[in-house]
Ligand binder design. Structure first.
Ligand SMILES: [Zn+2]
Length: 54
């Protein structure tokens, strides 16, 4: 990836820029949120199947 602070290029799995020391969080929060939304959608669809009168 490319450092957003200094533009230095470094490996994808590195979260700290070896050039300027800027820390980059892996976008796991966005992934977990989308996964939570996906699971919630599945649960809602299952509920609508089992509770058709709602
Ligand atoms: Zn940097």
């Amino acid at each position: 990836m490319k450092c957003r602070n200094c533009g230095h290029k470094f490996p994808e799995d590195t979260q700290i820029c070896p050039n300027c020391g800027a820390v980059f969080e892996v976008k796991s929060e966005t992934l977990s949120i989308s996964q939570t939304l996906a699971v919630g959608g599945i649960i809602l669809s299952l509920l609508s199947l089992f509770l058709p009168f709602i």
